[in-house]
Design a protein around this ligand. Structure first.
Ligand code: PLP
Length: 466
């Protein structure tokens, strides 16, 4: 096998005089942070190190390795996270004015894609998972109904796995969409580890989606911001490459790309034992937590009617019907046990696992959960509002281009929203630009932590069209 990108950087850079960017000039001794962050290897595209936007050497080889591993026609490195891949992918598969079918619970980057590409969204509303702050799988029936109601849709964007690890029956969904003549982009930001064997479920690339986007950094050993975009055919790959040129930086970090390269080599050479260690750690965790009395782990078995499948790597805990909220469980684990969870909601808390986890890390979490569980009592179920199905007055792109003002939330009913108001978790927008604000949506905004994109520092206010 040829040198890794990291080895090539370490071997070829010392002794060369960089009369080009970056401005630290690889002088790691200039300051401790530069040494710690390996500024001596920090370059962007220079002679001999290939080019992200027109790869012909070591980057092209790495992208071919990625395509082989997941079974894509073409794969591309992402240095701007899945966000860059989603924006480029949506642009590659649509024309301005197209209609896109998407889950209401899609990540904000999908909404940004809608606005940037001038698309009209139509939403799929999967059912809520009882006792969990999460929405279930997209079913073939749900999709069939949406396809019948929106025969003019040009693109389906599916999030699979979802943030909480919930899977949908992708082969059937992709088939249905293709039969209806529409393309499919799968936001598999949380599913880069799927489809590689090791006892984890099948991934989105094998299901025939036109474009699949992976964050490597979320579940696999690669630095934050790194990911991959996969295309099912050469033609889609060409269109995707053109759009990645638009949405990715012209100065990609070689430290980030060396970590992508390293991660792909690791998967190729040591994937099976690394996946086995992770699976064993998850099994040990499952054994140790099987006897929890109050807390419940989300598995397909306990929510069969609404959950088609689960990524075993996500540990979604419900404290519904107990005297603790998900927020309090999150705080207790942080302050008493030094364990930082991924997210919390009124009824749930989410622990994310990754290839770096071992039996030690997961048994530490299991031990803390057993101790907390012992101290819990039954309590009435907390109410969790359902998702509003709002009236769209105009598209998000149209609304974002119009003048807006901040108004107190209590005065906003009936006004047209001019920002995204997102409830975390599960990151579902309660209001999207261009939607008329209903009493239901405004009540939902008071129920948990809210992220608003324009009235950031004034959560008591919301941006509406003037
Ligand atoms: C479902 C989903 N899609 C896309 C993204 C964006 O990924 P990235 O942070 O790699 O840009 C996220 C990030 O959390 C996500 O949860």
């Amino acid at each position: 096998m040829t040198d890794s990108l990291y080895d090539k950087l370490a071997r070829e850079l010392p002794g060369r005089l960089p009369m080009h960017m970056p401005g630290h000039k690889r002088q790691a001794d200039l300051a401790p942070y530069l040494r710690a962050l390996r500024a001596d290897l920090d370059i962007t595209e220079i002679e001999g190190f290939d080019n992200l936007h027109a790869p012909e050497g070591i980057l092209r080889e790495g992208m071919a390795r990625a395509a082989r591993l997941w079974g894509a026609a073409r794969s591309f490195y992402l240095v701007g996270g899945s966000t860059a891949g989603i924006l480029a992918g949506m642009r590659a598969l649509t024309r301005p004015g197209d209609k896109v079918l998407m889950q209401r619970g899609s990540h904000l980057s999908v909404y940004h894609g809608v606005a940037l590409c001038g698309l009209t969204p139509a939403y799929l509303y999967p059912p809520q998972v009882p006792g969990f702050d999460a929405w279930g799988s997209v079913t073939p029936d749900l999709l069939r109904t949406a396809l019948a109601a929106h025969p003019d849709a040009r693109l389906l964007v599916l999030t699979c796995p979802g943030y909480e690890g919930i899977l949908s029956d992708l082969p059937r969904l992709v088939n249905l969409a293709h039969e209806a003549g529409i393309r499919v982009l799968v936001d598999a930001a949380h599913g880069a580890h799927l489809g590689l064997g090791g006892g984890f479920p099948e991934g989105a690339v094998a299901c025939g989606a036109d474009i699949v986007v992976h964050s490597l950094h979320k579940t696999l050993p690669s630095l934050t911001q790194t990911g991959l975009a996969h295309a099912a055919t050469e033609a889609v790959g060409e269109a995707l490459a053109e759009q990645l040129d638009v949405f990715q930086t012209s100065s990609p970090s070689y430290l980030l790309m060396a970590s992508i390269d390293g991660c792909l080599r690791l998967l190729e050479q040591e994937g099976p034992p690394l996946f086995a260690t992770w699976r064993q750690a998850l099994e040990a965790f499952a054994e140790r937590t099987a006897a929890l009395r109050q807390l419940r782990l989300l598995t397909p078995a306990i929510a069969q009617e609404v959950v088609w499948g689960m990524d075993p790597g996500k540990l979604m805990l419900s404290c519904a019907g107990t005297d603790i909220t998900g927020y309090a469980l999150h705080d207790t684990l942080r302050t008493r046990y030094g364990i930082d969870l991924e997210a919390a909601g009124p009824n749930t808390a989410l622990a994310m696992t990754g290839m770096g986890d071992t039996a030690d890390t997961l048994l530490r979490l299991a031990a803390a959960l057993r101790e907390v569980d012992k101290g819990l009592c039954e309590a009435p179920m907390r109410h969790k509002g359902t998702l509003p199905q709002p009236e769209a007055v105009m598209t998000p792109g149209e609304a974002l281009a119009l003048p807006w003002q901040l108004v107190p939330m209590r005065e906003a009913q009936g006004r047209v929203c001019a920002e995204y108001a997102i409830c975390y978790p599960p990151g579902v927008p309660l209001a999207v630009p261009g939607e008329r604000l209903s009493a239901e949506a405004l009540t939902g905004m008071g129920e948990g932590p809210l992220l608003t994109t324009r009235s950031k520092h004034a959560p008591t206010h919301i941006a509406v069209l003037r």
